[in-house]
Design a protein around this ligand. Structure first.
Ligand code: NAD
Length: 253
């Protein structure tokens, strides 16, 4: 087992599936002590079991990131049981709405904003004080290429991910001198459960999605995990407030 994150306490939200799960496995392989959070306890416990089987260290804590009390309790548990927080990957998110703006629904708007925006804000507001207690840390928030431009038929989702960049950049500047680096990763289409659910509604989704990336395919969760580990690493020590596209070239056309 490699040890780039040996002994580092790392929190990952949305860790029961997809990008969060794969990133948890990548951190575990580098020696991190993981706290995995998700609303899906069965999936989260299964990820923990897999990591432990391979000799890694992980615990699961059920947490809805949109709920302030649950996020506060999660960070209190981390302080009590681990004494510190070195890295946080605020990744829990819900998918886009698949219709034009005027066909939108208020309940859908509230749900997307609650998880994707308020969830990231809640997490950062309790993570940052704990990181500051021991000299700093690194935070990565999951945005999207939908945060970098227009995203037809997903305007609410796009607005939520633009907001993630607003939170990321503003907090990055606020805490830059105090040792907390805060960045965002902007995936294009990645092959996860979220993508597969969208593909069930639109059967040609896989073909259309592959064609929109100059690389000619959709991305793998491992490719997002690699970017997150880089942004959390000492090698990224001069990098804060960025929105890193991991997108097969799709934002340069
Ligand atoms: P996924 O649906 O496969 O996994 C998301 C996980 O988040 C699930 O385990 C789910 O239970 C959890 N979750 C949802 N709501 C939660 C809440 N309120 N509190 C805690 N956990 C919650 O999705 P994914 O594709 O791995 O997406 C992860 C992140 O990446 C999301 O923020 C998503 O918007 C973003 N993203 C995904 C893609 C893609 O194509 N898959 C592209 C760009 C950005």
């Amino acid at each position: 087992m490699s040890s780039a994150f040996s002994g580092k306490v790392v929190l990952i939200t949305g860790a029961a599936a997809g990008i969060g799960k794969t990133t948890a496995e990548a951190f575990a392989a580098q020696g991190a002590r993981l706290v995995l959070a998700d609303i899906d306890a069965i999936g989260g416990e299964a990820v923990v079991a897999g990591i432990r089987e391979r000799g890694g260290e992980a615990v699961f804590s059920r947490c809805n990131v949109a709920d302030a009390e649950q996020v506060k309790a999660l960070l209190a548990m981390i302080e009590n049981d681990f004494g510190r927080l070195d890295c946080a990957f605020n990744n829990a998110g819900v998918e886009f709405e698949q219709h034009k703006l005027a066909d939108g629904d208020e309940a859908v708007f509230d749900r997307i904003m609650d998880v994707n925006v308020k969830g990231v804000w809640q997490c950062m507001r309790f993570e940052i004080p704990l990181m500051l207690k021991h000299g700093g840390g690194a935070i990565v928030n999951t945005a999207s290429i939908a945060a970098l431009g227009a995203a037809p038929k997903m305007s609410i989702y796009a607005a939520s991910k633009h907001a993630v960049l607003g939170l990321t950049r503003s907090a990055a500047v606020e805490y830059a001198k105090r040792g907390v680096r805060i960045n965002a990763v902007c995936p294009a289409v990645i092959d996860t459960e979220m993508f597969r659910r969208a593909a069930e509604i639109e059967p040609r989704k896989a073909e259309i999605a592959a064609a929109m990336h100059p690389i000619g395919r959709i991305g793998k969760a491992e490719e997002i995990a690699a970017a997150v580990l880089y942004l959390c690493s000492e090698g990224a020590g001069f990098t804060t407030g960025i929105a890193l596209p991991v997108d097969g070239g799709s934002t340069c056309i």
